[in-house]
Design a protein around this ligand. Structure first.
Ligand code: ATP
Length: 473
């Protein structure tokens, strides 16, 4: 931070927390969350009761999808500013993203009691209630949102969706049409409008129309807008084991467990080894679970189909199951494939909130895993989790995630390799002592080591930009 203090402009006070808060806001606006957090940290050192700085730091963590940390930050902000309704709304949204709907609703309740004309709070409470299938209550919230803000496009769309779920197609149609009136390129509303029209036709015209509707549904008209496609992201990654620092035992184990059987399935099967199956990588964040999955796919020359479990979840009955099914089908149609499923704990991360909705999704996932296990399909599922203890025990039975592999923080030797890997191609001075740096970075995750290399490179780069000359090595 010293460097930044020197850069203070006229009128900026180096011991005023708001100076750093304002700078943090500049980076927050540019979506440079790491930098913004650095400034908020300083603001909070100068003023540990600075609610807005906690709040904005929470927004950064939320954007970085670190929902647990974001929730803590919003909690701190509430401690110092308990009457600020927007903090409750944002914490509620973070709970919602973690699928903790009951806690989310409690926060939205608080927000509307503090500010009864807060349309966003009603809207989000409606979403959370919809997820709990409390449709009548959800409808009231969307009504209220629209009463407060008659141009709230998504509220019409969601209210229409609730009417659709309740089979009230006329009302649903009106809402989807209103959504399109306000936003003519709303593809979700367009697809749903078609669907409810079909449903209405079914009712009025009888069996022949109904067959047509079913056909269209099978062809995908129904879920066209929400149904996720995983084919765009399909690729064989360029990452290889040589890009992965350390982890030599893990690499060996994965070679035997995954890569060789995938490369020569027949040979593997003749020795009773399966070219497929599933493993669960677990360990702290930033230690390489995703990275190693990419390297496995690259090394095995397999396609990588990947998704975060939370991204597959959808509030409408049946859609999450369809997304999961599509994901597995995509992998099966593109063998050999590595299906990487991140955040496996997302389904069980909040047991108190779990209900019928969640159970049916868990069952879908179990079914897909069992199906793969039976068919020997040259698809290997790699699950990843930071909190394996939250995972439903049913996932850990034989044939499912029965291999658990710990991916922990890098040791000194691994850190040295990672430092070298992430300095490849950069003009590194001969004096850089990688072994010393590896010793000094005890406790760093792989991601931290990578960031260190990137930040170290930006110092001479900035110099070169300013002075138009490169440093001598
Ligand atoms: P999270 O649980 O937060 O998803 P993760 O364990 O999946 O984290 P990664 O996303 O795989 O962590 O790692 C973060 C970054 O760190 C990667 O993009 C990669 O560039 C780098 N990295 C991780 N492990 C290694 C490694 N062994 N060697 C070199 N770089 C690595």
């Amino acid at each position: 931070m010293n460097e930044d203090v020197e850069e203070l402009k006229d009128g900026e006070n180096p011991v005023d927390c708001r100076t750093y808060y304002r700078r943090g806001n500049v980076f927050l606006e540019k979506n440079d969350f790491d930098k913004a957090i650095e400034y908020y940290n300083t603001a909070l050192v100068l003023n540990p009761g600075f609610a807005e700085a906690y709040y904005n730091r929470g927004l950064c963590y939320y954007q970085m999808r670190e929902f647990d940390v974001a929730i803590k930050e919003f909690g701190k902000a509430i401690e110092f500013s308990p009457l600020d309704s927007k903090i409750y709304v944002n914490r509620g949204i973070a709970y919602y993203r973690k699928l903790c709907f009951v806690k989310a609703i409690a926060d939205f309740d608080e927000a509307v009691s503090l500010n009864p004309s807060y349309s966003k709070a009603y809207y989000n409470r409606g979403l959370a209630r919809g997820c709990l299938q409390e449709y009548k209550e959800a409808l009231k919230d969307f009504d209220k949102t629209i009463e407060l803000d008659s141009n709230y496009v998504e509220a019409y769309f969601m209210r229409g969706s609730v009417f659709e779920a309740l089979g009230e197609y006329e009302k649903a149609l009106k809402d989807f049409e209103k959504t399109l009136e306000l936003n003519s390129s709303h593809s979700g509303a367009e697809a749903k409008r078609k669907l409810v029209k079909l449903e209405l036709n079914k009712k009025t015209r009888g069996a022949s129309e109904s067959k047509n509707a079913e056909k269209l549904e099978r062809e995908g008209v129904f879920f066209q807008s929400e149904k996720k496609s995983f084919t765009e992201a399909l690729e064989t990654p360029a990452t290889r084991f040589s890009d992965v620092g350390g982890m030599s035992e893990l690499k060996e184990a994965l070679r035997e467990l995954i890569i060789f059987p995938l490369q020569d399935a027949e040979l593997a099967e003749s020795y009773g080894k399966k070219a497929g199956g599933s493993v669960l990588l677990y360990g702290p964040p930033g230690c390489g679970k995703t990275f190693i999955a990419q390297a496995v796919a690259g090394e095995a020359n397999a396609k990588l189909v990947s998704a975060k479990l939370s991204d597959l979840l959808d509030m409408y009955v049946g859609n999450s199951e369809k997304n999961i099914h599509t994901l597995f089908e995509t992998a099966k149609q593109n063998t050999p494939a590595i299906l990487f499923l991140d955040e496996v704990e997302a389904l069980t991360g909040c047991k108190t909130d779990s209900g019928r909705w969640e159970r049916s999704i868990i069952n879908q996932l179990l079914e897909e895993l069992d199906e793969l296990d039976k068919t020997h399909s040259r698809v290997l599922v790699i699950g990843a989790s930071n909190a394996p203890w939250l995972i439903d025990p049913a996932f850990k039975r034989s044939g499912r995630f029965d291999e658990l592999v710990y991916v922990g923080p890098p040791d000194e030797c691994a850190r040295e390799e990672i430092l070298k890997i992430h300095s490849r191609g950069m003009p590194v001075s001969e004096n850089v002592d990688f072994a010393l740096l590896a010793r000094e970075t005890n406790g760093f995750s792989c991601a931290d080591v990578k960031t260190l290399c990137k930040q170290a490179a930006s110092i001479p780069w900035r110099e070169a930009l300013q002075n138009k000359t490169k440093r001598k090595r």
